[in-house]
Design a protein around this ligand. Structure first.
Ligand SMILES: [Zn+2]
Length: 231
């Protein structure tokens, strides 16, 4: 069994109320008013236990570095916009595998250490993203004279894709978490940078010409990206 602890950092300062934040590394920061007693602070933290665990788990789901709490079994992930629940199948000697069946993401591994399980899940998402991107590139390629030089699936913390002047396309490995119609827009967007290396009116015209409803996907990303990208 994994027996990870959650790091809680308590500071006291001149402030009116107690504030709790889960930092990107999974540490919980508690800022308490200076007049509050240690017992009071501990009681507050205790009352927020389930909130803390769910927040830290959320960090895991978006691929953060973290000090994982015990047990991520049951965590929800999004695959192509559909919610799926993690089911860990852990036993000594089991080979790593990931199977998605009826909304359950079954991960088989020799133990249930959250960091090892999440590594397996990330590799699975990378693979799925590769397949999604390849599919949409094939769909849109006939509409472009230029071909990408290289297509790389990688860690990108603040963006979904990018296009370099050398015609290399980069995509965030989390892409396959998004609905497929949004993925298609992201791939098309990057391909359009072959024609316009900026976000000028001409660029958006190039996108619109191939996807008249592109703004729906753009708005969706504006509203939802934060749920998938690390803070
Ligand atoms: Zn762009």
């Amino acid at each position: 069994m994994s027996n990870r602890k959650i790091d809680i950092r308590i500071t006291q300062a001149k402030r009116k109320s107690i504030k709790m934040t889960v930092l990107s590394d999974g540490t919980v920061s508690v800022e308490a008013p200076d007049h509050m007693s240690k017992e009071g602070i501990m009681a507050f933290i205790d009352s927020k236990k389930s909130w803390i665990v769910s927040k830290v788990t959320q960090r895991l789901a978006t691929g953060h570095c973290y000090n994982a709490p015990e047990g991520i079994d049951g965590t929800c992930f999004s695959y192509l916009g559909r919610e799926c629940r993690l089911k860990i199948n852990a036993a000594e000697g089991l080979k790593d595998s990931v199977t998605l069946r009826n909304g359950i993401l079954i991960v088989t591994h020799k133990n249930n250490h959250p960091d090892e399980i999440l590594e397996i899940i990330e590799a699975w998402f990378r693979q799925k993203t590769q397949e999604e991107v390849a599919f949409w590139l094939k769909c849109y390629q006939p509409h472009f004279s230029q071909q990408p030089n290289r297509v790389v699936i990688k860690e990108q913390r603040k963006r979904w894709g990018s296009c370099s002047s050398k015609m290399n396309l980069n995509f965030n490995w989390r892409l396959s978490m998004l609905p497929t119609w949004v993925v298609s827009y992201i791939v098309l967007h990057e391909l359009c940078h072959f024609e316009e290396m900026n976000h000028s009116d001409r660029f958006w015209k190039a996108v619109e010409m191939r996807m008249p409803e592109y703004d729906k996907a753009r708005q969706w990303l504006k509203q939802n990206s934060h749920r998938f990208l690390p803070e």
